[in-house]
Design a protein around this ligand. Structure first.
Ligand SMILES: [Fe+2]
Length: 634
């Protein structure tokens, strides 16, 4: 398809659904196609091969030279329904649709949806391997389905796409259905170091996991910037031509296979890759890589810091600032001055994340992919946004940059990951109760029928506690911990720190609820007093594992810490009083940790909310934003 046609379709669909608001008051002054999006079809590597990072597209094209292709399909839950999201390089020329039914040989229902797009760089019209490029995103909602039922579906051909094979999904078990089920829970999964996670995650999907729940930091597309950064002792993630050493992890044979002709290289590897970590292509290929999971079971996501913008910090010499702010290649800048306007508009404000997934925010009173909830059998699952939309959030909105009489911050007062708010803010931005997310969370938790869903599990990207303390933790605690305890949430899952850390059941101020510790691998739930915290950020990504800073070490809140292995976790809701959590090692699929959460008799009788003091511990003192180190290895 010619670029002009694509542009026309783009304009058409943009009018249909222009979703994220991206501020463009100040011009982006970097290269038209940022270095992180360069695609050189002549690249042949260094003779040692590129890592091949991609699974076949979701729909095999009819010819070897397709003019359009369905390359990603990703399912999610709706209340009493399923949402089918799919991606193509170009528009469909008609509303997207799905044929479906309970008989794979007789798909007697036909449902249409809507499409949206964004102005990615480079556009798919500039990429030859179009089965690996996504620029048009299609949404079809199937409502009023029977619970716990297998349905079959097929995406029809349109405008150069090939009809999909007949695929299937299973709807969620009805709230209160006592049947046991297992969920795959993962956080912080890019490509590098994640081969084992990918293998066992795919296996879990094939063996009947109900759904996957990915708590932010999805694909690490923004880490393309490592490709131009000089290496440092404490930052070995650099592919600047002087080093192409892969940090840690297992180097599989997959890395040694030459990249097939026409495929777009992704993150660099030990055998080659050069500066081949690309923002949009990384998104494209990562989504294809997990496609065998996302088209089979619902893949539920929530935002992490790596979804915010094109990059999040600069390196030595501020080469990124020179490049993005002033279009100077291989230069330096006097200081790190990455602002909101350092990224091209399509790479600000969680834009790719907003287009590349569809979560049931609107259908559950929440907002888009940012905060929402859903029931499955005996459990209520809540995804919340630990990046924006609460007081002192780590990615803050322009309102928090305003000073004096300003109504908007000046360009230089903004920061590269400024984002949101995605919900309404009524009142002070420094008071979490002003935020729609807080109000929604309170209402959502209050409305849970614990007789039907005795288990309530909440996840955001950021931990509230860890032996590795960062200042954002006190802010996320101040925002949400009181509510979660008040409403008897059983467990709070997070990632962001790239390791596995199971904490003891904790009350406010990190008080260990020793009475609820039955033994090393068993905790009692204690609604209103404590909840179990798990940091599950070990899926694997280009940044490798986290490490303690000097002077840090284990504190007494940590029951289990694994900083060496990659993997994900399986959570099994066994019955109304027993839940099993298991860490699955990526190297061999074995259990790296297991924990039973048991509801004691007393709690079962009184199911539901117990009164507890609401201790927000924020003292009203502004916290240092982005209160991490200059190299947040997270
Ligand atoms: Fe993170």
């Amino acid at each position: 398809m010619k670029a002009t046609t694509a542009a026309l379709l783009l304009a058409f669909f943009a009018a249909v659904d222009a979703r994220p608001a991206v501020d463009t008051r100040y011009p982006y002054k970097g290269p038209a196609v940022p270095i992180g999006d360069w695609v050189d079809n002549t690249i042949n590597g260094n003779g040692k091969g590129f890592p091949r990072l991609v699974e076949p597209p979701a729909v095999k094209p009819a010819t070897s030279h397709p003019t359009n292709n369905v390359n990603v399909i990703s399912l999610s839950y709706l209340p009493e329904g399923i949402h089918i999201h799919y991606q193509t390089p170009f528009g469909l020329g008609e509303a997207p649709s799905v044929k479906w039914g309970t008989n794979p040989r007789h798909l007697n229902k036909h449902t249409s949806g809507h499409s949206h797009t964004y102005d990615r760089t480079p556009s798919c019209s500039q990429i030859k391997a179009i089965t690996q490029c996504s620029q048009f995103f299609h949404e079809v909602s199937l409502d009023h389905l029977e619970s716990g039922t297998t349905y079959y579906y097929q995406i029809p051909a349109a405008n150069g796409t090939t009809q999909s094979e007949v695929l299937s999904f299973k709807t969620a078990q009805k709230a209160g259905d006592p049947k046991e089920f297992t969920v795959a829970v993962l956080n912080d999964m890019g490509y590098t170091n994640a081969q084992g996670t990918h293998k066992y995650l795919t296996q879990a999907a094939n063996e009947g996991a109900a759904f996957a729940w990915h708590g932010g930091d999805i694909s690490y597309a923004d880490d393309w910037s490592s490709g131009i950064m000089p290496c440092e002792d404490d930052w070995p993630v650099c592919y600047n031509g002087t080093s192409s050493e892969l940090p840690g992890g297992v180097i599989t044979n997959q890395y040694k296979k030459p990249l097939p002709k026409g495929e777009v290289p992704d993150q660099g590897g030990p055998q080659g890759g050069d500066m081949s970590s690309l923002y949009e292509s990384n998104w494209d290929l990562w989504q294809q890589w997990v496609g065998n999971v996302t088209k089979k079971i619902p893949y539920m996501v929530l935002p992490g810091n790596h979804e915010a913008a094109c990059a999040e910090f600069d390196g030595p010499g501020n080469v990124l600032t020179a490049y993005l702010n002033d279009d100077i290649a291989n230069g330096t800048a006097p200081k790190d001055n990455l602002t909101y306007y350092s990224c091209p508009p399509s790479q600000r404000n969680f834009t790719a994340f907003q287009h590349r997934f569809y979560m049931p925010g609107a259908e559950t009173g929440g907002v888009g992919n940012f905060w929402y909830s859903f029931d499955y059998g005996l459990a209520h699952f809540v995804s919340i946004d630990g990046e924006t939309d609460f007081a002192y959030s780590p990615e803050w909105s322009f309102a928090e940059d305003v000073s004096g009489d300003e109504t908007m911050p000046t360009e230089s007062e903004t920061f590269i990951t400024d984002s949101g708010p995605f919900g309404a803010v009524e009142g002070s931005v420094k008071d979490t109760k002003s935020y729609a997310q807080y109000k929604w969370l309170k209402k959502d938790l209050a409305s849970v029928d614990r007789k039907k869903t005795p288990w309530v599990i909440v996840m955001s990207h950021r931990p509230m506690y860890s032996s590795a303390y960062s200042s954002y933790m006190k802010d996320i605690r101040a925002a949400f911990e009181g509510l979660l305890l008040e409403y008897g949430v059983d467990a709070y899952i997070s990632g962001h720190i790239h390791w596995y850390e199971r904490l003891y059941p904790l009350g406010t101020n990190g008080t260990i609820d020793t009475a609820s510790i039955v033994n090393k691998n068993t905790y009692h739930t204690n609604a209103g007093t404590s909840m179990t915290h798990i940091i599950n950020g070990m899926a694997g990504n280009i940044e490798s594992h986290s490490e303690f800073s000097s002077g840090e070490g284990l504190t007494n809140i940590t029951a289990v810490l694994n900083t060496k292995e990659y993997g994900f976790s399986k959570m099994t809701v066994v019955n109304s009083t027993a839940l099993k959590w298991e860490y699955v090692r990526g190297n061999d699929g074995s259990a790296g940790d297991s924990l039973w959460l048991i509801k004691p008799d007393s709690e079962c009788k009184s199911h539901g909310k117990k009164p507890s003091p609401h201790h927000g511990e924020h003292g009203g003192k502004p916290s240092p934003h982005h209160g991490e180190k200059s190299h947040p290895v997270v």
